[in-house]
Design a protein. Structure first.
Lengths: 164, 775
């Protein structure tokens, strides 16, 4: 075991500083040290996408990074997409409207992935959406409501002048 | 809406509507509370040492180095834990059911790769896994039993205590079959194989347990479908009363049958928790989940079907064999009783002979997976196409000649099941009409003329839901109106994605005339006993209980309000939280005032009405509530790569009165896509030595958004005989989809003389079959 290393990052707008082992994953750091337990671990192999967070503007798998690698960065999780008053962002609201979730375990990773995707691709076609979602596994919905939610979110975000 | 919705007095304002889910605001924002989110002071973290061999004697295991490691609190092996447990059996197993040996941890030998051998408790999961590497173990490898088709004859025994690898074997006692077969115009025999699949819930198994010896209380948080089964099992293996066990139910990230019964690792953790008297947590990782939680679907069925010259089915003989693995979930070998008794499905099949057997192998144990008996539909629907081809009749026409029509109901099958309120013929016609089957045949023929391989598949099924037997047959619910008029509902379910928090609230809100946000939903500790959520039972049985409890409270509300309003209770209705007199809406009293009166003003209560405002009810389900569906899909197969692309996927189903159509369609879609995964992509594989080859989600391939078709739904609504008119719908999608897809693939490949009888139709399997057909 190596000596702990100080890690500092801004998570959902709040500064977090902690001394952690070099081997601690970003996902575990976010869950245990920052209490953003919406970061879900479905495989810890980078395959399922449930742990996806936005790291300095990019959607990444937090199980494949060490916390020390993300030191100095800004991270947004599913918790950070919602308003402080509990209001849902356009993607979260669309997931609810379109029944894009059942058990909800994959959902935080999906809404993060989709939010980041729509920010870069405001007017995707259905095949592009399917492709963009293909790195996030869901076992409950058969993706029907998820694909519909992304289409709806894209339309509403466009009407609102972009995604936030 | 139907009369069923209004029956009981409440107006159908919510039942029947696609109400947005109550669960969602917390789940879409990452604020769900799953078991891994439970953190308790002083909590220890568990990791299991697992076998690297499919079958081996443990020559030596030495935990001393691991025990001495800094940060390690305790290490347990079979020697410390196993003597507490005399059975792995589920609390609902029949007393005479055969039992697997009761090894919580591997004792003396290991019986599959992944078999848990030792349990480490440490200050963190990281440290617990470090300590696993310090456990010294020596194996003496033995020849494993991997092939389930030859397991019964093997001299090598998975469980030496049992003296045989045959887990169970049953056959029909009498049948008129030989005479039927002798007289038949045509008898066709084919054997179908279904491969090993995994439930693969997105959340793996997990449990937190805390034994407080001075309180005499065990608190448990778990990812479970059945909090009461966990209560019963925890109490039994720890020698506690069930009143000493509190199972807390949070959000659960899917299960599909995997989390009904208490697994060996969970038992080990409960035993260890008592020993250390500190909170302990085990969260399964994905590799463990894929090699040690459960697998399913390993079946072989030989079908012989007799038909007359008109293409009418006269009878069938089925011989079914399934693989129970080493430690099947629930502590007993698989049962083929549903498999054989549902084989006739939606068709007139007046004679049926059957055998069903299961064997132990040195592989991952079999567990329930969404329609655990679905091989009946897989084999039957594949056989329908096989026979149709043999007698030169289109598969749709062959089904039309044999499918049960509504005017034949009630219909008793050759296996003694009595169908009522089902619509096999209607769903078949709706589904093929949604496709425009004849038009597709033209399109297919045109495509073939330019070298493209298109196919259509049909699959029809009857889904036996909401079994009304034994401990599974009823659920209880308590509906309590609090002093301010808001409502708590306590129910024995284990919702893990089925949206019960929403649908049960819909049922209760209608009966009480209140808004859904006045209702809070409780599962787990403190709720009435119920088997939990599985077996497509919650809409009928839990819904029935919630409805009955709500009706009981409603009656009491009306009695008290009648006194307060000086009116007859028969003249009162409840709407928007107010009880009012029919025709005189200004004469009203709020539910809050009624409730406060019930708790605080005994003098104001009518004679004979006791204080408080709650009602407990239990709903006993009828023996079986059948729903039915027909699936139709079309596909294109690329003969060069073997890639199957599903073009359209149509489901026509009849699940009676839908509480929430959006939720129903979500259940169908989820099941269908799991079935598509099973038909085309997913396979949990072992090598000949019993090493699992699919231990990550890069190897075990569930469908992604890129592969799935858009699913089209048709609904036929035939109410069941239950009070709400509901039927179960959770499993049908996964039951009917695999043969639907395979029939479409075979239809596409028929012109190449390929007919696949083994699932899955992977690209490799298709290319290999095409090459063989050309050779």
């Amino acid at each position: 075991m190596t000596d702990p290393i100080e890690v500092a990052m801004v998570v959902n707008g709040a500064e977090h500083v902690a001394a952690v082992e070099a081997r601690k994953t970003l996902a575990d750091f976010l869950r245990e040290d920052c209490l953003t337990t919406g970061v879900h671990l479905g495989c810890e192999q980078g395959a399922c996408g449930a742990c996806t967070v936005i790291l300095d503007g990019q959607a990444v798998r937090s199980c494949l990074l060490f916390a020390v690698q993300a030191s100095g960065s800004a991270v947004t999780t599913a918790e950070g997409l919602a308003g402080a008053d509990g209001s849902l962002n356009v993607v979260q609201e669309a997931f609810r409207e379109c029944h894009g979730l059942q058990c909800g375990f994959c959902t935080p990773g999906l809404v993060v992935t989709v939010t980041a995707y729509l920010a870069d691709h405001p007017d995707p076609g259905r095949d592009e959406i399917r492709s963009a979602l293909s790195g996030n596994l869901c076992r409950c919905t058969g993706y029907q409501g998820i694909i519909a939610a992304v289409e709806q979110a894209a339309v509403i975000a466009a009407l609102q002048g972009g995604i936030s | 809406m139907t009369d069923h919705d209004a029956a009981g007095g409440g107006a159908a304002r919510f039942v029947g509507q696609s109400i947005k889910r109550v669960e969602d605001p917390r789940l879409v924002t990452g604020h769900g509370r799953y078991v891994d989110d439970i953190v308790l002071p002083g909590m220890l973290h568990a990791a299991f040492l697992r076998s690297d061999y499919a079958r081996a004697r443990i020559a030596m295991v030495d935990i001393s180095r691991a025990t001495a490691m800094a940060g390690v609190h305790a290490v347990f092996t079979a020697a410390e834990l196993n003597h507490h447990v005399d059975s792995l059996a589920a609390s609902v197993n029949p007393r005479d059911a055969p039992k697997t040996p009761a090894h919580v941890l591997a004792a003396g030998d290991v019986r599959f790769v992944g078999d848990p051998i030792a349990l480490v408790l440490a200050d963190s999961r990281y440290l617990a896994e470090d300590a696993l590497e310090l456990i010294d173990i020596e194996y003496e490898p033995l020849t494993p039993v991997i092939d389930f088709e030859s397991a019964a004859d093997s001299v090598d025994l998975v469980h030496p205590e049992l003296g045989s690898n045959l887990g169970s074997s049953v056959s029909s006692v009498d049948s008129n079959l030989s005479a039927v077969f002798a007289a038949a115009e045509t008898v066709i025999t084919e054997t179908f194989h279904q491969h090993r699949q995994c439930n693969m819930p997105m959340e793996t198994r997990g449990i937190v347990a805390h034994w407080e010896p001075f309180a005499g209380r065990l608190d448990v948080w778990a990812s479970t479908q059945s909090p009461h089964e966990l209560t019963a099992t925890a109490a039994r293996i720890l020698g506690l009363g069930q009143h000493q066990v509190r199972v807390h139910m949070g959000d659960v990230g899917g299960a599909f049958g995997q989390k009904i019964f208490v697994g060996r690792e969970e038992m080990a953790l409960l035993l260890a928790a008592r020993d250390v008297a500190r909170p302990v947590k085990w969260i399964e990782d994905r590799r463990e989940n894929l090699i040690a939680a459960n697998s399913a679907r390993v079946d072989r069925v030989k079908v012989s079907m007799a038909v007359n010259g008109d293409g009418v089915i006269l009878g069938a003989q089925i011989d079914h064999l399934t693989d129970s693995g080493a430690y099947p979930n629930g502590g007993k070998p698989a049962s083929g009783s549903n498999m054989v008794s549902m084989f006739p499905g939606p068709y007139r099949m007046s004679n049926l002979g059957w055998t069903t057997a299961t064997v132990y192998t040195n592989t991952l144990g079999r567990g329930a997976y969404r329609g655990p008996w679905q091989m009946e539909t897989v084999a039957r629907e594949l056989m329908m196409d096989r026979v149709a081809a043999e007698i030169g009749v289109d598969p749709l026409e062959f089904r039309r000649r044999n499918i049960i029509s509504e005017d034949e109901l009630p219909y008793t099958t050759a296996t003694g099941r009595v169908y009522e309120n089902i619509t096999p013929s209607e769903t078949l016609e709706q589904a093929v009409s949604m496709l425009d089957y004849e038009q597709f045949r033209i399109q297919q023929s045109d495509a073939r003329s330019v070298g493209r391989l298109l196919g259509v598949g049909i699959s029809a099924c009857i889904e036996p839901t909401s079994a009304g037997r034994g401990a599974l047959g009823s659920e209880g619910a308590t509906v309590r109106v609090e002093r301010d008029g808001n409502v708590n509902v306590f129910i024995g379910t284990g919702s893990h994605g089925q949206s019960l928090e929403t649908t049960i609230a819909q049922v209760v809100a209608d009966q009480l005339g209140i808004s859904m946000d006045s209702i809070s939903f409780h599962q787990g500790h403190g709720t009435p006993y119920g088997f939990g959520t599985g077996g497509s039972r919650s809409a009928v049985i839990a819904g029935g209980a919630a409805r009955a409890a709500a009706i009981g409270v409603r009656e009491k509300i009306l009695s008290i309000a009648a006194e307060l309003l000086e009116a007859a209770s028969a003249d009162l209705g409840i709407e928007d939280g107010f009880v009012s007199v029919a025709g005189t809406p200004s004469r009203r009293v709020s539910l809050a005032v009624v409730a406060n009166t019930a708790y605080s003003d005994p003098e104001a209560l009518p004679d004979g009405i006791e204080g408080g405002l709650e009602h407990a009810a239990r709903f006993q389900a009828p023996p079986v509530t059948y729903s039915n569906a027909t699936h139709v899909c079309t596909c294109e197969v690329d003969p060069a790569t073997g890639l199957v692309t599903i073009l359209r996927y149509i489901v026509s189903e009849d699940c009676g009165v839908m509480v929430n159509p959006m939720v129903v369609e979500g259940q169908i879609a989820g099941g269908v896509v799991q079935g598509i995964g099973g038909a085309l992509y997913e396979e949990a594989r072992y090598d000949l030595d019993g090493n699992p080859l699919t231990t990550t989600l890069m190897d075990y391939l569930i469908p992604t958004a890129a592969e799935v078709p858009l699913i089209e739904y048709g609904h036929i609504v035939t109410p069941s005989n239950t009070p709400g008119g509901h039927k179960g719908v959770g499993e049908g999608g996964a039951i009917a989809a695999p043969p639907c897809v395979l029939n479409a693939v075979n239809d596409a490949l028929a012109c190449m003389n390929v007919n696949l009888t083994h699932l899955a139709a992977t690209p490799d399997a298709i290319v290999t079959a095409l090459a063989a057909a050309l050779a």
